[in-house]
Structure formats: C-alpha cells, structure tokens
Design a binder for this molecule. Structure first.
Ligand SMILES: [Zn+2]
Length: 213
C-alpha cells in the first residue's frame, strides 16, 4: 500500500467556542497570542466550551491546536494507540458539566498537512516562529515522521492515523465529518523548505520539548 495516513477531519464551521474566562485567564501563559497554538510544555488540557454539547461530528476543535473528539470514535482507533500517542483531557460545557462522552485531544507529536500552496507566508507564526501551516490544493505529508506512533493530531480539528494500521473502510464521511487518504510524498510542493514536525508534550526525552525542524 502507498504510504500515508487516513485524515479524519471536521468539515464546515462547527468549531466549539471557548469559554471566555477560561480562554482569557486560564490560557494566558499557555498559548501563543498570534497563532493560538499551545506551547510545547503544555500537556493534556481540560477544555471549557460555551455550548451545551459539541456538534454531532465526532471531531471538532476549540482552539486551533486542541481537538475535541467523541469517545466512541476514539475507541475505534484502539486503546493502546490512544494511550500511547494522545494527551487526553476533559471537556466541560457551558453549564459546568463534564461531558463524559467527549475528550480534548492533542497528540504528543503534531503533524502538519501540507499542500501545493501555503496561505500563511513562510509557514511559520511570526510571533513564536513555530510551524503554522494552512495549506491549499492537493494535500500530503512531507516528510514522514520518525515517531513510531499511530495517531497524530494536526491543526483545526483533524486527526491522522497511519493508513496501514487501520481499516479505512470502517469510516464513512458524514455531515460535518470528512475521511480522506493523505499520502506521504518524497518531496514538498509548497515552497517551504523545512521539516515540519512538532513535538508537543511528552517528547522523546520524556520532558516537554520544543518543536523540531
Ligand atoms: Zn505563534
């Protein structure tokens, strides 16, 4: 099989809204003010949303680097991979209720889906200089990660699962939920000359290390 990932992603505008107090006070030291990506030292994070429940799609996001995933969907991905690869937090709704069937999810290694064009200048945030890719056109991964993991999160409500470790036929796109194969290519086509792979919490040294390129 061609090397690649199954991309599970949210479609449409169904992101959750962050609780204002949580966002303005609790996250003040945790994320870059420009790109809104959590700093690498931040591990699992409990997420406070304004809504009563997330929209029906099994995956959405609240801030660009924090996905919210339905636990039924996580279970299908495999308990071992979920435990090894992901940092899991709670989702608390606008009434202060802990939504037991939802989880906040960040992978220990974040990948970026690249395209034929990148609409964010040089692919880096101008404040924290970390990779911040917003790709258009044909999607791909370049280069592949050396991480032995199976599940990886990416920005804006997407999870990538190694295609050779999951039966993609089990998953059908539906309203608000997309499923697509994303190949690993042996060269990039977006003019970005760096290796895009971001170690988040629990990096290879066992501490929260910075991003690599
Ligand atoms: Zn930034």
């Amino acid at each position: 099989m061609k090397s690649g990932y199954i991309n599970f992603y949210t479609t449409g505008l169904d992101a959750c809204s962050p609780n204002k107090n949580w966002y303005e006070r609790g996250l003040v030291d945790c994320l870059c003010p420009e790109c809104k990506i959590l700093f690498p030292r931040v591990g699992a994070i409990d997420v406070f949303i304004q809504e009563k429940r997330p929209k029906p799609s099994p995956i959405t996001f609240v801030i660009g680097s924090v996905n919210i995933v339905h636990r039924d969907f996580l279970n299908i991905l495999g308990a071992d991979s979920v435990e090894n690869d992901l940092m899991i937090g709670s989702v608390i709704n606008g009434d202060g209720e802990n939504l037991k069937d939802w989880a906040s999810v960040r992978s220990k290694v974040m990948l970026h889906i690249r395209g034929t064009e990148n609409i964010r200048n040089n692919g880096r945030c101008s404040t924290c200089y970390r990779p911040y890719v917003s790709a258009t056109g044909k999607k791909y991964i370049y280069p592949d990660t050396n991480s032995p993991g199976t599940i990886f999160s990416t920005l804006f409500g997407a999870l990538l699962v190694r295609a050779d470790r999951i039966d993609g036929q089990l998953f059908k796109p539906k309203k608000g939920f997309g499923v697509a194969f994303v190949p690993v290519l042996d060269q990039p086509f977006d003019g970005l000359d760096f290796r895009i792979e971001c170690w988040q919490g629990g990096g290879p040294s066992g501490i929260k290390s910075g991003w690599l390129d």
